[in-house]
Unconditional design. Structure first.
Length: 395
């Protein structure tokens, strides 16, 4: 079993504590989770001073991927998502981990300097793949300062993805992730279960719209207020498969959000279609668009799935050889929770739409989303404060 070693008292109990939130921009969900958690901490007026630590920027000087290709690791990842180059991603993940291990010592030395300079009381990792280096460097630089990894995936993709065999704490948004941490030998007292993934507080501020107002908002976007609306979203980079979905669902009303992929947005706007359609680029108003929708179509990312469920939208996702390995469990979760349909590919999307929107089936999917309550972003600050208190009192 892994036990916290050498927890020592730092500073005075009750004073302002320095927290380092470690994130990067591979996919966008890690930064979003860090920002959401920080905003709740600030609103709650916790005695925390939060420093945002962009891991990619710290490791730029030893980013072998940039040295070889001229692109950062996170930029390569985002390009892969944008172009749909995800076939063989388990092998790519294995290769990435090999490179990370080759540069492990350099990462540790660089991170040690960061901890010495910033002197945090707690380090919170919201990134995968680098937690071994984060843990080792922190133990060497500041013995007794806890490392907490907040999984922004519903489950781990072992080995060396989220959960490492080292002295630290984990915050998990599913029973599956808790089981994985315990199976690796971590103490139950070091593994915390919260009610889901971190969501932007905006999703808790968006009350369901009355039918009249919902209809008016749909009309304002050029949609038919009386017909169902689907929201199509594939992360901050969009995805080429959105074109296939839009072509097959030409008779269905859709809101398609393309993120930073302006070329995709232009191509979608140019597609012929029978039903009304609205195409959006990058936006910070995803909660508002979800308010206007009746169902969600997208990749099985933990963030977008959790957002859809929070807004009571049944989902349609696919799982096949192109699905990112760390997101494959999410499709099992969709089935287990009964919140939607998992397809082998989106070529069957038109038939799946008929199945989803059959009144009895839709009512069942919608009821399943209503049984899930996610308050993780409000639960985690209490856990962090408890860990800090235990560390300072030597418990």
């Amino acid at each position: 079993m892994f036990r916290p070693g050498g927890l020592v008292r730092r500073g005075t109990i009750g004073g302002v504590k320095r927290l380092d939130f470690v994130f990067f921009d591979a996919g966008g969900g890690h930064r979003a989770a860090a920002n959401a958690l920080r905003s709740v901490i600030e609103k709650q007026q916790r005695p925390f001073e939060v420093r945002m630590v962009n891991l990619q920027e710290l490791l730029d000087s030893i980013d072998v991927f940039r040295q070889i290709t001229g692109r950062r690791l996170q930029d390569l990842y985002n390009l892969m998502l944008k172009r749909g180059w995800t076939l063989g991603s388990p092998q790519l993940t294995w290769g990435m981990h090999l490179v990370i291990r080759l540069f492990h010592r350099k990462q540790v030395r660089l991170l040690e300097r960061i901890w010495h300079e910033g002197r945090p009381d707690l380090v919170v990792s919201l990134v995968p793949n680098f937690n071994r280096a984060l843990g080792e460097s922190l133990r060497q630089a500041l013995p007794g300062v806890p490392l907490v990894t907040v999984l922004t995936d519903l489950a781990d993709y072992p080995p060396h993805f989220w959960i490492e065999p080292q002295d630290q704490y984990f915050i998990c948004g599913s029973d599956k992730a808790v089981e994985q941490a315990l199976a690796m030998g971590h103490l139950p007292s070091n593994v915390f279960r919260v009610s889901g993934m971190i969501l932007n507080p905006q999703f808790y501020e968006c009350a369901p719209l009355a039918a009249e107002k919902k209809g008016a908002e749909r009309t304002r976007l050029g949609l038919d207020a009386t017909l169902p609306v689907g929201l199509v979203l594939f992360g901050g980079q969009g995805a080429a498969v959105m074109l296939e979905i839009a072509q097959q669902l030409g008779r269905r009303q859709l809101v398609l959000i393309c993120g930073h992929n302006e070329k995709l947005a232009a191509r979608l706007r140019a597609l012929p279609h029978q039903a009304s359609r609205f195409v959006e680029g990058f936006t910070t108003e995803v909660p508002r668009y979800m308010q206007l929708a009746d169902y969600f179509i997208g990749k099985p990312g933990p963030g977008s799935l959790s957002e859809a469920v929070a807004m009571r939208l049944p989902v349609i996702v696919e799982r096949n050889a192109w699905t990112l390995p760390q997101e494959r469990y999410n499709t099992d979760w969709v089935r287990e929770q009964g919140i939607g349909i998992v397809l082998p590919n989106f070529r069957r999307i038109a038939r799946a739409m008929d199945e989803l929107l059959e009144p009895a089936a839709y009512a069942g999917f919608r009821a399943a989303t209503e049984r899930l309550t996610n308050r993780a972003v409000f639960e985690i600050p209490d856990i962090l404060e408890r860990i800090l208190t235990d560390a300072q009192t030597g418990r």
